[in-house]
Design a protein around this ligand. Structure first.
Ligand code: PBG
Length: 334
């Protein structure tokens, strides 16, 4: 090949990258990353004992649903063509062991039952499996008298919750508590209760992040003492994410997640390179709040910036993005 006259080359000694950018149709044709409604999953909050949906002040546009408003929102989500929902429940009564997480009449299990009855298999119904919304101390597991989050006894609670969520109709169990051995414990429990076919999406690389702030208002699960840094990952670490992912896959996870998303795109990319199972990324509450606040001030073009973040997360290697903008973005994309 003559020097400088290859594909995209030039007789003038430089490459004309602009050729493929000159029209919207050319850009669309050559786009390397595509974003589709089916790639998006909407996290939803359902709260016990309220008559009207409650706005979440730090997440404008997001609400704590009643079971009825959730059913309506789920129909709209199905209509918009998104991939699924991930459910978080907020019970009226909390206790030290998070009893309402696996009570058959616990709010999240009631909501799962209703949505499964309403929608069948039209949307993938994922159950976030954690105790923090259900415990009075707000930690993701059981706590010793000394105030330590107690790994192994927590696994038995997770096992019971997984079975309750599968019985209620969850298509996917998504453990987010970051206890060691949680995937194995849940897999064993599901298999033992004839839910061999229920997949586990492991929040494998979940960081102890400042970007969860607004979620704690939404899910009313802020820790009452200490923080989550003895179980969630430390932000400076990257290789550890690969170990967490490998461990979860060895324990039986069917798919893995990285969380948060935008500040951890390097982790998304490394995980996506390392594994051959589906990779999700969770664009968390603080990522949402930050951009909403900037848009409300007119500092960024909201739609453009939202779609850019979602595209970036897909480009980094996530097949699925959990995002509070799922339904709105899906409508834009249609
Ligand atoms: C519960 C859980 C959290 C989020 C998802 N599942 C909060 C936390 O770990 O403190 C955060 C989601 C968000 O911020 O949008 N373990």
């Amino acid at each position: 090949m003559t020097a400088g006259v290859g594909a995209g080359g030039s007789t003038r000694g430089f490459t004309r990258g602009r050729r493929l950018r000159s029209t919207a149709a050319l850009r669309r044709l050559t786009a390397q990353t595509r974003l589709a409604p089916a790639d998006l999953v909407l996290p939803v909050f359902v709260k016990e004992g309220i008559d009207e949906p409650q706005p979440i002040s730090s997440m404008p546009g997001v609400v704590q649903h009643t079971t009825e408003s959730l059913r309506k929102a789920a129909h709209e989500a199905a209509e918009a063509g998104i991939g699924g929902l991930v459910l978080f429940g907020i019970p009226s009564e909390k206790d030290a062991v998070g009893s309402q997480a696996d009570a058959a009449d616990g709010i999240v299990n009631v909501a799962l039952q209703q949505l499964r009855a309403d929608l069948g298999d039209e949307l993938v119904l994922m159950a976030d499996l954690c105790l923090c919304e259900y415990t009075d101390h707000g930690h993701c597991g059981l706590v010793t008298p000394a105030g330590v989050v107690d790994n192994d006894p927590t696994l038995d609670r997770y096992a019971a919750v997984a079975i309750a969520q599968a019985q209620a109709g969850a298509h996917v169990i998504a453990p987010s508590g970051m206890m060691d051995g949680q995937v194995a414990a849940i897999r064993r429990a599901l298999d033992g209760a004839a839910f061999q076919e229920t997949p586990i999406l492991a929040y494998a690389a979940k960081y102890a992040s400042g970007f969860y702030g607004p979620f704690r208002e939404a899910a009313e699960g802020a820790p009452q003492f200490g923080d989550r840094s003895t179980y969630q990952m430390d932000p400076p670490n990257a290789d550890e994410a690969l170990r967490e992912v490998a461990q979860d896959l060895a324990e039986g996870a069917d798919a893995v997640m990285v969380k948060p998303a935008l500040p951890y795109l390097d982790i998304v990319a490394r995980v996506a390179d390392a594994v051959d199972v589906p990779v999700s990324a969770y664009q968390v509450s603080g990522e949402y709040a930050m951009l909403e606040a900037a848009a409300a001030n007119g500092w960024v073009d909201r739609q453009r910036a939202v779609l850019e973040t979602l595209t970036a997360i897909r480009r980094a290697g996530a097949g699925t993005v959990l995002t509070y903008w799922a339904v709105e973005a899906a409508r834009w994309l249609r």
